[in-house]
Design a protein around this ligand. Sequence first.
Ligand code: SAH
Ligand code: SF4
Ligand code: F3S
Length: 451
Amino acid sequence: MKKLFIKTYGCQMNFYDSDHMSNLLNDHGYEASEEIKGADLVILNTCHIRDKAAEKMYSDLGRIKKTYENNNLKKPIIAVAGCVAQAEGKEITKRSPWVDLVVGPQAYTDLPKLLEKINKNSKKKEINLRFPEVPKFDQLNFDTKKCKVSDFVTIQEGCDKFCSFCVVPFTRGPEYSRPRKSILEEIKIMAQNGVKEVILLGQNVNAWRDNSNKSSSYNLGSLIEDIAKINEIQSIRYTTSHPLDMDLDLIKAHKNVKKLMPYLHLPIQSGSDNILKKMNRKHTVSEYLKIIELVRKYCKDIAISSDFIVGHPGETKEDHQKTLDIINEVEFASSFSFMYSSRPGTKSSELDEIVDENIKKVRLHEIQNRLNYHQLIFNKSKENLVIPILITDKNKNNQLLGRSPYNQTVYINEGNFLVEKNIEKFIGSMLKVKIIKSNQNSLLGAFTKNA
Ligand code: SAH
Ligand code: SF4
Ligand code: F3S
């Protein structure tokens, strides 16, 4: 077998794609390796969302080249996949002639063919950025994919919303919902292979619809109900939702489906209607708050999280204050926050009233302080509770790891069980854990006697 090394950047969807690339290539003679040295094929599965993410890929390429040259190693085939590939195409091979192959996020099922061509003529660059007629999901082999206890399934991909700051509609293409049958088939196979938790992925996951029957009202809420019927699957999560696509069926599922975790990632981006308009988010702050109110009506203790962008063009001190206010009002359990990064081809990149970098830094700091404050309080509210935790892993300190229903990382290093040497056997089990301490980004737990 030849050796394959994949480095993945960006969102969970890229990790899902990397797993499938690795699986696909395994069927064609490439074995995944943790080490880059000695690899015959290196794939960088890239992210284009912010300037830094894309630049990281170029600096990594430079470093990889040096590693090979300094150690006199045979040059591997270098492939760039993912969203930078889609956005920059052959510019990548111009800037880095060391790259042999560029393949977009919808086209990677062609990798075996492209590699064959390169093996025949190593001088010619191969570039494939097509959006195939047969969606990639219909070409993937689910049977042989290696699975983790908690694993991802992409159910929806692409975006038609065109928020003015965002590259995703250009890199992932138009909104596409995978057929219900194909999703359930993949999850059933995953369940047979030991998966206990599925995380449903989509750029706008709650826009998912079963398009095989146009008149049906079969939506994400119904899909979640069906997934919950699969015995082995004990826990269901989904991300990322868009406020415009939040419907009552999904909200009710949080009350009715026990296996659906009480966690909702619903990005608002800014607390100012002015900025939301400039961002083309198509909803107001009060509409967002109404959704949160409804969600909390059906699921009282749900953890709400969001994404924020600070320093979008035109953001004034007052707009920034409104973002701080909304954080206090919703009391987010956790969040991601970013400085605005101007992206080529987007509407926001053409706007005036650019916010100074230093002001952006100060605002980000303020936002993060406020978010951290609420996260700490939320985490603290879980102390002394006994919570079912799906054990997903073990770390070097001999602690077991899992995620709380509210998506908090839980470390477990105390309790009767850990007298045992062979703690690996708990991986994949849902166990009752008492939360004994909370930190900024995690919880510490101990097994209870009746776990
Ligand atoms: N589909 C999701 C988000 C996908 S991108 C949604 O609608 O919310 C993930 C996050 O990256 C976004 O929520 C946004 O906060 C951030 N992001 C996207 N483009 C950005 C940019 N140009 N600069 C800074 N952050 C950005
Ligand atoms: Fe980007 Fe907006 Fe689409 Fe989310 S909804 S992927 S932020 S364009
Ligand atoms: Fe990045 Fe593409 Fe995901 S731009 S965030 S890898 S959809």
